[in-house]
Design a protein around this ligand. Structure first.
Ligand SMILES: Cc1cc2nc3c(=O)[nH]c(=O)nc-3n(C[C@H](O)[C@H](O)[C@H](O)COP(=O)(O)O)c2cc1C
Length: 277
């Protein structure tokens, strides 16, 4: 068992102001110290583990138990090769023994509703969001269990840069789209725990309050620079903004936020069975 104060130190690179120490159950310590994995051993993951992970995913909470998601495992070598070419710098994702697409899925309940003789009247932005939340929670439950088995994972949003191709490759019908890919396998690297925003920045009590937020972000930048400096090679949009010696977290995310990404997403969703009304 590890003390909460040590866990806070590792997760935030900050001392905790907690007065009391207490021992954390191992599973929670592991959760607090979790990290993504981008390099995997070749060894296979057994069918029994796979089914346990799917069952864990399906155990996640689901809005009105509507279960508006599906999980697709890509096994076919040809599809894997095609996808890996599309993902370019993220091609490593397909080297994991298992690669999944987590799919928001409003189609299944549309079919059921019509089969039962009712008219489907919920092709709305609210149902789109519910389906995305359901798929996300299922993916997170899957991730928690995978990591509990000692597997490494990395979610892959890059698949959303190639929605039309992925749709064709995996025969995704209207009303079904990948919120993310997920690489899963036995880890072949030992990454650092990535230091998170201070608790104060994301946790509020009673009232939302970001009065000191920029000051705290400045502090966070300094912490990252000290313990986990972002390498120059990871500075975003250098071709547009050039190099900045201060390669801080806030500089990097601001650069990312300043150029619009996936501009065609809404149009594509609308062409693919999501009305978003
Ligand atoms: C929805 C989602 C999509 C992601 N997509 C990618 C991706 O395309 N490529 C990648 O290398 N990491 C991806 N990640 C992983 C994040 O980069 C990672 O979680 C973040 O840097 C924090 O690191 P950690 O998970 O090790 O704490 C994604 C994570 C999420 C939640």
């Amino acid at each position: 068992m590890i003390d909460i104060k040590d866990l806070i130190k590792s997760r935030y690179a900050q001392d905790s102001d907690l007065k009391k120490s207490f021992d954390m159950p191992d599973s929670i310590s592991k959760r607090i110290l979790r990290k993504s994995c981008r390099k995997f051993k070749k060894s296979k993951v057994s069918k029994e583990i796979l089914i346990s992970l799917i069952a864990s995913a399906q155990a996640a909470p689901s809005k009105s138990n509507l279960q508006q998601y599906s999980i697709l495992l890509i096994k076919n070598k040809e599809i894997k090769n095609k996808l890996s070419k599309l993902l370019e710098k993220t091609a490593w994702a397909l080297e994991a023994p298992l690669f999944f697409l987590f799919l928001a899925d409003i189609r299944r309940n549309q079919i059921i509703t019509e089969y039962k003789g009712y008219e489907y009247k919920n092709n709305s932005i609210d149902y789109f969001m519910n389906a995305v939340i359901d798929a996300s929670l299922a993916m997170q439950n899957f991730i928690n269990s995978a990591e509990e088995f000692g597997l490494g994972i990395c979610p892959i949003s890059m698949v959303r840069n190639h929605l039309e191709e992925v749709k064709k490759m995996c025969h995704l019908p209207k009303g079904v789209f990948p919120i993310a890919g997920l690489s899963v396998g036995w880890p072949d690297e030992n990454n650092e725990v990535s230091i998170r925003l201070p608790i104060k920045v994301v946790f509020h009590e009673d009232f939302y309050n970001d009065k000191d937020m920029l000051k705290q972000i400045d502090q966070y930048d300094k912490t990252i620079e000290r313990v986990q400096p972002i390498p120059k090679s990871k500075q975003r949009h250098v071709n547009v903004y050039g190099f900045n010696e201060k390669n801080t977290w806030s500089e990097n995310i601001s650069r990312q936020m300043s150029l619009s990404e996936r501009k065609e997403f809404k149009k594509w969703l609308k062409s693919h069975g999501f009305n978003l009304d």
